[in-house]
Each structure stands twice: as C-alpha cells, then as structure tokens.
Design a protein around this ligand. Structure first.
Ligand SMILES: *Cc1c(COP(=O)(O)O)cnc(C)c1O
Length: 398
C-alpha cells in the first residue's frame, strides 16, 4: 500500500491501517504475547531508556500488537496519536487524572455512564478537584458554568441511557474560552458516526469493549488526541500507572475494527426500524432515538452525527412492573447491560446501570422506572419486531 493511511478511504483504513508484518510475512496481524524485549548490547538499552531510539522496552509502555490497534484506531479517528487501555474506564480515568491536579475545576454533563459519573462525583473531589454537573442539553447552563475558569470539560454524547446530545462544537468553544480541555466519551456514536476532534473536542475516549469488539469477547479502551498533548500529559502517566492493553485483547480489537462498519451500519438500520416500530406501538409511552424526527434534538443529531447508532431507549406504559414483565417475556433479546454486541440486549437502567445514582438524580436525567434501553444487534429486524411485539402483548395480557 502506498500513501498516508489517513488518506485511505474508511473501509481500507479499517482493514489495513497500522498493519506491520513480521519477518514471517503473516497475512493477519500477529499477536506479540510478550512482556519484555531484549537489547543487542548495554549501550542500546541505555539509548532506549533515554528515548533516543524507537524500540519497544516493556509491554506496559508499548507492544507491537497494541501499536497496530492504536495506529488503526488513530487513522479511523483522524487523530495524531492513540493509546490502547485495558478497559474503557481505564481510558476515562487516565485521560482525566493525567490532566487534573488539586485545586482544578471540572465541568461535566450530568448524563454520564455510571462509572464515569462515579469518577467525576466521587474520586476527583477526594483529590481536591472541584466538580460541577450541568444539564448537557442546555447551552445556557454550560455558558454559566464556564463563565468561571475550568481545566477540563467531560461529556458523553449521545448519553447513556436517554441518548441526550451535547452540542459538541458549541461546548468546545465555551470550554476553550474558560481554559478547559474537552474530553469526550464517544462510545455511543462509535468512531463512525461522530468526529469529535473535528467538532472541537481535544481528547476522545472509547470503551473498545462495545462496538469495536462488538462480539462480546474482550475488554478494552482507547485515548486519542494530538501528539503534543499525548506526549506531554498522557504518555508519562500511562507508562507509570499501567492501564495498558493486553496484546491479545488488542488483536481481538484489530479484528473487530475490520468489520466495524459492516456491523454498525446494519445494527443502526435495524435500530431505526425498531424505533419506528416501537413508536407506533400502543404499549409504548415514547421512544428516544436520535434518528427519529420526533427526537427533541433531531436537528442537532443531523448536524453533528453522520449516523445514529444502535441504541434505542423507550418508556413502556406501566412503570417498573410492566418493564420487568416485558423483559421477562422476551424470548430472543437477552437481558444484559452490555452494548454494541451482535446479539440484541435489553437493560432496565433504573434497577441496574443507574441504580446507584439514586432516585433524585435519575429523575433529573429522565430515567423513569418504565425506561428500557435496547442495544440492537444483527438479527433480522422482522425477527426482532416479532420478539418485542410478542413480549409487549404477553406483558400486557399478564
Ligand atoms: C461501557 C462504557 C464505558 C466503560 O467501558 P468498559 O470497557 O466497560 O470499562 C464508558 N463509557 C461508556 C459510554 C460506556 O458505554
């Protein structure tokens, strides 16, 4: 292949970017399952530790299989640099922790993944970082919060589980005016459908566990940003605190990236079909899917996303009792909190992923007892509609 991988078209990047073959000329990427590396002589080891030659030193710092994953994801994201992490949460935590110190201030959207909320609300304040939550959908709240200088802005868009959107370009501008760097958790939109760095965000984090693997196999994460920021802030923290990705998991994620577009496009088409089906069903109070014209932020979704993803959230009539009866009546869709899988999965956020945040916070976020979130998989949409329609009927009859 010739040229810069960043200039290749998306499908080419997904299967080819970052590929480096060993002396054995293997077709698929090799798994370098080793923790350490040897040097030809002591002087070479000395030079490596001074950073004078570009060699691997120890797999906590870097590993050839992990590097292939990092280069492929960087090429996909259009980022200068990427580092793989053990989990999505390791990515979120390292990105924030390397950025902040005692006395700093963080402004975050309230609608965050449960563990992200815990980091901002519980861990950072323990270290003397001031945190302020805002309604991420309300630009006036962001404007007011960012009238005071800040060091980091953290947000998720679309959010889990209500799929609220944050206007990434507008908030990035406000954040920069306040002196803050913008860290965005881009999991729900996937790297395919939202390009945060182009919208003005500074640092993008992923849980690769979700759509990048997308087949329920391995945990992983990633942090992406400019070479300058990564070199100065992230890499020293990463090398010395050890959230590194396993080479085996990096290989699983490399294989996942190869089919990412095929899977997510089909899943998103299935999700739109399901959202329309649910919207027309009498047992449903309302449906939230950014691709539906009825979605309150549909215009923003069209502006900042090129696709709407595989998550559909809806409110069933009859609260928790109806939600449980419906979930239990499903014969094909599985009850699980994971997302992005090839298999469709359903979750009742109020009693699982968002049970810890408490009823008051759930009410602020609109996570009512009748809310259900479906991560739509690759089953045929008619089979999905039959399973879901049958379960709605049985739940109602029961
Ligand atoms: C799953 C998820 C995470 C955490 O990722 P893990 O790989 O489970 O650690 C963070 N943010 C969002 C939006 C997620 O869906």
């Amino acid at each position: 292949m010739t040229g810069d991988p960043k200039d290749w078209r998306l499908p080419t990047r997904l299967v080819r970017a970052g590929l480096t073959r060993s002396q054995h000329h293997e077709t698929s990427e090799a798994i370098f399952f080793n923790s350490g590396y040897v040097f030809d002589n002591a002087a070479q080891a000395e030079a490596a530790f001074k950073g004078e030659n570009d060699v691997y030193i120890y797999s906590r710092y870097g590993n050839p299989t992990v590097s292939m994953f990092e280069e492929r994801l960087a090429a996909l994201e259009g980022a200068e640099m990427c580092r793989g992490t053990a989990t999505g949460m390791a990515a979120v935590f390292a990105a924030l922790a390397c950025l902040l110190k005692q006395g700093d201030r963080v402004v975050a959207s309230r609608a965050l993944f449960g563990s992200c909320h815990y980091i901002v609300d519980k861990v950072l304040p323990r270290w003397g970082v001031t945190t302020r939550f805002v309604d991420g959908t309300d630009l006036d709240e962001w404007r007011e919060a960012l009238a005071t200088p800040a060091n980091a802005v953290f947000l998720e868009s679309p959010s889990n589980p209500m799929l609220d959107l944050v206007d990434v370009a507008a908030v990035s501008e406000l954040a920069h005016g306040a002196g803050a760097r913008v860290v965005i958790d881009n999991v729900f939109s996937t790297p395919l459908y939202q390009r945060p760095l182009e919208l003005g965000a500074d640092i993008v984090v992923y849980s690769a566990t979700k759509h990048i693997d997308g087949q329920g196999r391995a945990l992983g994460g990633a942090v992406l940003s400019t070479k300058a920021w990564m070199s100065e802030h992230f890499i020293p923290f990463y090398r010395n605190t050890g959230p590194s990705m396993s080479p085996f998991n990096a290989w699983v994620m490399l294989k996942g990236l190869e089919t990412l577009e095929l899977r997510v496009e089909r899943q998103s088409a299935n999700a739109l079909a399901l959202a329309r089906y649910l919207e027309a069903h009498k047992g449903i109070e309302f449906v939230r899917y950014p691709g539906l014209p009825s979605f309150p932020q549909h215009a923003l979704a069209l502006r900042q996303m090129s696709g709407f993803g595989n998550l559909v959230t809806f409110v069933i009539k009859g609260g928790k009792k109806a939600a449980f009866a419906f979930a239990d009546a499903l014969e094909m869709v599985d009850i699980s909190n994971n997302i992005g899988d090839t298999k469709s999965l359903i979750c009742h956020p109020a009693t699982t992923t968002h049970s810890r945040i408490g009823a008051e916070e759930r009410a602020k976020l609109g996570i009512y007892d009748g809310v259900l979130r479906i991560s739509v998989g690759l089953e045929h949409p008619d089979d999905l509609a039959a399973d879901i329609g049958g379960a709605l009927d049985r739940a109602e009859a029961g």
